[in-house]
Design a protein around this ligand. Structure first.
Ligand SMILES: *[C@@H]1O[C@H](CO)[C@@H](O)[C@H](O)[C@H]1NC(C)=O
Ligand SMILES: *[C@@H]1O[C@H](CO)[C@@H](O)[C@H](O)[C@H]1NC(C)=O
Ligand SMILES: *[C@@H]1O[C@H](CO)[C@@H](O)[C@H](O)[C@H]1NC(C)=O
Ligand SMILES: *[C@@H]1O[C@H](CO)[C@@H](O)[C@H](O)[C@H]1NC(C)=O
Length: 248
């Protein structure tokens, strides 16, 4: 009787972990924010275009991102992030200015087994947060003095981790690159890339690590282009009007 029971116990232990490894997060809440170095034009985990790095982007913590490799449902999502306070510093720092940023998720922040990106369902990170956004900063898209500080009081300017509030927003309406077709969509590669221009319930990347055979939506950059015809036509029409005006 023992071997079959052991096998059953193993199977039962395995099922909940595969079903419950991803975090279902609300459209708004609090999170932590760190920063990392992402070279300009670098193609990160989702396979979003190089031009996406010319606008504010971030990596999302693994369990919220929804995959341990390549793309996941987090890819392409846009969030408005607002700095609240620091908490590793002594004392905590509450800036007297409100700083917000809209980021697009283009990268995976791996679960390192204890870092800021290691939250799992029921187990938040050290700050009690279920999401960590790892902001690509420094970046040509974000001022070097974006993060408030008080060097007189603390003796340094980089707090490295912030408590933030986040809100899920439309990329097309709110992200700085939301109208730049070259910054939207993914590179043209036949596998392992998925970066919706403006993700929604149907235009969403599956989890690559959960099902490597799943067919992601076609997000290669020209497809993103097709989603924005009215803007392009408007621009073309506007240029034509200018040309005609100049000729007259
Ligand atoms: C983050 O901010 C929220 C909302 O003000 C607060 O409830 C929470 O305690 C803060 N967390 C940290 C780690 O400072
Ligand atoms: C820095 O902190 C000190 C002590 O709290 C305060 O007096 C000063 O006004 C702060 N400076 C800035 C620029 O916030
Ligand atoms: C989701 O996005 C796709 C691509 O932009 C669009 O065609 C579709 O109508 C959207 N669906 C919903 C439910 O908004
Ligand atoms: C992607 O690349 C393939 C092979 O080079 C090409 O046939 C296809 O037209 C390209 N698709 C887009 C949208 O650029």
């Amino acid at each position: 009787m023992r071997p079959p029971l052991a096998a059953l116990a193993l199977a039962l232990a395995w099922i909940p972990t595969t079903l419950a490894q991803w975090i279902q997060y609300p459209p708004e809440g609090t999170a932590t924010l760190t920063h990392y170095t992402l070279p300009e034009d670098y193609i990160a985990a989702c396979g979003c275009t190089a031009k996406s790095t010319h606008y504010p982007t971030a990596a999302m913590s693994q369990a919220a991102y929804g995959s341990s490799t390549a793309y996941g449902p987090g890819c392409g999502q846009c969030f408005k992030v607002t700095l609240l306070n620091t908490f590793l510093s002594d004392p905590p720092f509450f800036p007297d200015v409100t700083k917000s940023l809209v980021i697009k998720v283009t990268d995976l922040c791996p679960d390192s087994g204890g870092g800021w990106c290691s939250a799992s369902p029921g187990h938040p990170n050290q700050a009690g947060a279920y999401i960590n956004f790892d902001l690509a900063w420094p970046s040509s898209a974000i001022p070097d003095d974006f993060f408030p500080s008080n060097v007189t009081l603390y003796g340094y300017t980089d707090f490295s981790v912030w408590n933030v509030s986040y809100e899920s927003v439309s990329c097309v309406d709110s992200w700085a690159g939301g109208q730049d077709a070259a910054a939207l969509g993914s590179i043209n590669q036949t596998y392992g890339v998925c970066c919706p221009a403006n993700p929604n319930s149907t235009d969403l990347c599956p989890s690559y690590s959960e099902d490597t055979g799943a067919q992601p939506p076609d997000t290669i950059s020209n497809a993103a282009f097709r989603h924005l015809p009215s803007i392009l036509y408007t621009t073309t029409a506007f240029s034509l009007i200018i040309c005609v005006f100049v000729l007259l």
